[in-house]
Design a protein around this ligand. Sequence first.
Ligand SMILES: Cc1ncc(COP(=O)(O)O)c(C=O)c1O
Length: 385
Amino acid sequence: MAKTEEQVIYLDNAATSWPKPPEMMEAMIAYNDNIGASAGRGAYRRAVDSARIIFNLREALAELFNLPESERVIFTFNCTEGLNTVLWGLLAEGDHCLISSMEHNSVIRPMRALAKYRRVEFDIVPADGSGLVDAQGYKKAIKPNTKLLVLVHGSNVAGTVQPVAEVGRIAKEAGVHYLVDAAQTAGAIPIDVQAENIEMLAFPGHKGLMGPLGTGGLYIAPTVELRPLYQGGTGTHSYMEEQPEFMPDRFESGSHNALGLAGFLASVGFIARKGVEEIRNHRLALTEKMIEGVSRIPGVNYHGNRKTELQNGVISLTFDGADVGRMGERLDKEFGIMVRTGLHCAPLAHKTLGTMETGTVRFSVGVFNTPEQVDVVIDACRRIA
Ligand SMILES: Cc1ncc(COP(=O)(O)O)c(C=O)c1O
């Protein structure tokens, strides 16, 4: 039976958040109707208004992540582009890099390609069976040619929150660069780039920050020198045939996604007003309820950390003897519950958790999910188990 919109329960917020705050769409419509011009590409009022939106967004993100300088945030298409900007812009032949076994393919695949095309070496710091990385594992694996440590802040498979500040301290003490993948945590967990020694922070606009798809960003501290992935027009210093060196233009060639960034700005405003701490508590309360509920169901297995403070709203389950794809289909068709099934672009995380052969059914909560919805989901899991 087809479900009405009121009946659907969206639990794929780890892929992209939904629904978005109403002000996101309002801001995009207002941009489209009243501005429309390309940012930084003219002195007329509308082009200036467009540029102002982008400036205000940099400022809002600087406030949110406690960045020392807002112009060191660059906008990207998604989190993947930010991660690739760092990996390809920094690592050269003979360099060594450390990643964790909980990384997403948006780190693993560029690292494999860098090993193949540039002979970059890398090692994988293991996590325990709950997906938790031991920061000391990074310390022990640093070699004389180690240039970069990469760590995913929150796992997109098990929700595990990693010790980013501790690894940041280790990177600083060792004098190596440090990149944090905040795909699952930006807007969901308070992040203080300065206090946590995060030198580079890649984040999507469309997940926890509640912006539209096609938005993301990267913060690059002044301590790191990256080559941009590509060059082109910036609307500044147009007499120069070479790419400008200054931020953010060095990394922002071509027209901006101003429409998307207008929506992103409104969404960051929503997050700031609500408070990331409050959002974190809400997500944790739902997560705790869900884990407790499904743990009582025979034949349902939870794969992740049971310490709530180490969770971030991503709950991975398997059902004894059942195909995860089939379970996802039943949740959707019979109960209107939308989840992701399979390996979630993170094969090493599944090897770590012991779910490589089966994959998992992944439930990921967001700002707009409610405890009542979690009750419905627990009941649905009980019925299909
Ligand atoms: C941990 C992690 N890193 C990176 C990404 C890539 O994000 P995006 O889809 O914005 O490129 C994701 C997406 O799910 C993710 O979960």
